[in-house]
Design a protein around this ligand. Structure first.
Ligand code: ADP
Length: 665
């Protein structure tokens, strides 16, 4: 369908009264189709009204053009009607006269009875017949807004523009009016653009939701398609499977914008000190038992000891927050799942390769696969029981939660399933969820199992919600869990800070490994700044110990933070295996230039410098990876290994071209 409203490379700059200027919007591109309902959402001051005003012709863009049916918008016109939050009705005229004035001025060629008919029809449309002769001052807020909508629609505008139309109304009135507006728009095929800050209103009314980033220079951060069929009813919309994902997508976006604003406010200048290029670092982490080295480095002063005296730990609820923070340059560094540096480098995120490097493996183990207790009640305790059960229950889709495509949880769960003859993409459905949401989702039945890091498997077992079907002991004992990741360009601009950061965290890993510190670390992790759960869920004993569970769960391999330097050194062998698995499941192509890529991602030199400066032994012997199913992995010939695996996607082998260093954000 052709473009109805076009917003093309629009920029809006305001001259400020005290001199200077403010760039409100920059690089806005948007195409709206006839009959579409589009919402603009974003934090207050991000430029939603400014954009709406430019479409209305109430204001002009500084750069770029706004068009309606191909014609440039330069002034307001009757083809575009705006409904504001504050009604803007004439108080000395009746409801009927307010609407009639608009109709008379726009349709002077129609006869008086014809115009009256239009006015009456619109009064009826919004259900105000009994109030037609009243002055707006005698009406409630909801009724006044209905008059404003009737007046706007009565002149048959091509485009209805709504600026927080229901913002001033109570919840009940707002709900009724939203339903009415939706019905009117559907029946009359109205094209509408609405500014709102209400996520539920946006999902209910829109075909598309345009999310604006925070200013200055706000841009379109993302556009959501609302695939909920029309006609819609509020009660049915909330039952639709897309409703919660759209809603949480918006909430994630808005929260992320809030955090970015906070980080930007702190991060105005680079503070160089103590021979380090940058000591004020924003480091992202996800609240898991595995964040112990970061928590300890902060709380026990290891960052400061190594000169990084202005470190701020940024808690993200999901790994996606880490991806966005690193990609957007808001985070200097982050705790990452061990596959994430490679996944980002190979273009796993939106097919845009972003070179990311790792200089430290911070944890090994600490993961498990949990199945809902319903399976246990069906006698299922391990992989083979699970496969047989799936074979007999093909009529139902089983959903397994993982925390990110690049996390070891995804790769280990898929490996485990495939080794048992279960295709992770056709026999079950794998869904990405934030770690802290897993237990609640398992309990309410929206997922059937998960693979996640501690404390969530232990919590599910303690609370009798799930059984541990396999721990690291049953899949790959000693696998890398979380690593330190930074952008390659960041490492190039701040090489000494990178070494200091690696040293601080390596020393923290050592601290975490000492049994005498276990209790203290459990207390730190359980606190609300970190994992925020009761202490009994935090298990970090350095050895393999069994959980005291009522349920017949296997032993856990708790986190390993340090033992010898091979534990913490970035491992090329492991990264090559990760490359094979990302290709195996179609997450990223297999890079023809894998040797170069692995070399770039694994910053062994930074690790070695850090370890040597801490006086640690850095001698290293490459060890083969041992999988539970006995399949050998040959790191020198990964393509043959990949070809030899039974269950897999058709994988592509492609050259992955990495940009030269960009400027660190
Ligand atoms: P929103 O509708 O998203 O709350 P606005 O479009 O009203 O945001 O404003 C966007 C930004 O532009 C804000 O920072 C606001 O202060 C600024 N702004 C809006 N109008 C003017 C103006 N006439 N002069 C200077 N700044 C303005």
């Amino acid at each position: 369908m052709s473009v109805f409203v076009g917003v093309d490379q629009v920029e809006k700059v305001f001259n400020l009264t005290g001199g200077g200027e403010y760039i409100a919007l920059k690089g806005i591109d948007l195409e709206i189709k006839k009959g579409e309902f589009v919402s603009l959402i974003g934090h207050s001051g991000c430029g939603k009204s400014t954009l709406l005003n430019m479409i209305a012709g109430l204001d002009l863009p500084t750069e770029g053009v706004v068009t309606l049916e191909g014609k440039r918008i330069t002034q307001p016109g009757p083809d575009r009607m705006v409904v504001f939050q504050n009604y803007s009705l004439l108080p000395w005229r009746s409801v009927r006269e307010n609407i009639a004035l608009a109709v008379n001025s726009v349709m002077p060629d129609l006869s008086v009875p014809e115009r009256r008919k239009i006015v009456d029809r619109h009064i009826d449309m919004v259900g105000l017949r009994p109030h037609a002769e009243k002055s707006p001052t005698m009406l409630s807020g909801g009724q006044k807004q209905r008059v404003a909508i009737a007046r706007a629609l009565a002149i048959r505008p091509k485009l209805l523009l709504l600026d927080e139309p229901f913002g001033a109304l109570d919840a009940l009135t707002r709900g009724n009016l939203q339903e009415q507006l939706m019905k009117i728009c559907e029946e009359n095929q109205v094209t509408a653009v609405m500014v709102t800050h209400d996520v539920d209103e946006a999902v209910l009314l829109s075909d598309r939701i345009v999310m604006l980033t925070n200013g200055p220079a706000s841009k379109i951060g993302s556009i959501l398609e609302v695939d909920i069929p029309r006609p819609r009813k509020r009660m049915e919309v909330v039952e639709h499977p897309s409703y919660y994902s759209l809603r949480s997508e918006m909430i994630y976006f808005l929260n992320q914008q809030k955090r970015i604003k906070k980080i930007r406010a702190r991060k105005t200048t680079v503070v160089a000190k103590h021979g380090l290029e940058k000591v004020n670092l924003e480091i992202g982490f996800v609240p898991l038992t595995a964040c112990a080295p970061l928590a300890v480095a902060k709380e026990k002063g290891f960052f400061a000891k190594h000169g990084l005296d202005e470190v701020n730990l940024v808690r993200e609820t999901s790994w996606r927050g880490i991806v966005d923070g690193i990609g957007g340059g808001y985070l200097d560094a982050a705790q990452m799942p061990s596959g994430m540096p490679m996944w980002l480098t190979l273009g796993g995120n939106e097919n845009k390769p972003l070179p990311v490097v790792t200089s430290l493996t911070m944890t090994r183990n600490g993961n498990a696969i949990t199945l809902s207790k319903d399976f246990y009640e069906h006698g299922i305790q391990d992989l083979y029981d699970f496969r047989n059960y799936l074979l007999h229950t093909r009529d139902r889709q089983h959903i397994m939660g993982v925390v990110h495509p690049s996390s070891m949880h995804n790769l280990l769960l898929r490996y485990w399933l495939a080794a048992g003859g279960i295709d992770p993409d056709s026999d079950v459905h794998i869904q990405t969820l934030p770690p802290a949401q897993m237990v609640a989702d398992l309990q309410n039945g929206s997922i059937d199992g998960f693979c996640v890091g501690e404390p969530w498997n232990i919590r599910a077992a303690y609370e009798g919600i799930g059984i541990t079907a396999a721990s690291d002991l049953d899949v790959w004992l000693g696998h890398p869990g979380k690593v330190l990741g930074v952008r390659e360009d960041w490492a190039a601009v701040y090489p000494n800070s990178f070494i200091a950061l690696t040293k601080a965290l390596l020393e923290a890993c050592y601290y975490c490994s000492l049994p005498e510190n276990t209790e203290e670390i459990r207390q730190i992790l359980a606190s609300k700044d970190y994992v925020s759960v009761p202490t009994e869920y935090i298990q970090i004993e350095p050895n393999q110990t069994s959980c005291d569970l009522d349920h017949p769960v296997g032993d856990y391999a708790h986190h390993q933070f340090y033992a010898d330097s091979a534990i913490n050194r970035p491992s090329r062998t492991e990264q090559i295996w990760i490359v094979t698995q990302l290709a195996r499941w179609g997450h990223t192509p297999f890079p023809r230039n894998w040797v170069e890529i692995v070399e770039r991602v694994c910053r062994v030199s930074t690790f070695s410098t850090a370890a040597r400066e801490l006086g640690m032994d850095i001698s290293y012997v490459r060890k083969p990876i041992q999988f539970f199913d006995g399949t050998p992995f040959n790191a020198d010939d990964p393509i043959s290994y990949l070809n030899g695996l039974q269950i897999k996607h058709d994988f592509a082998v492609a050259d992955v071209i990495l940009d030269a260093h960009r400027i660190a954000a």
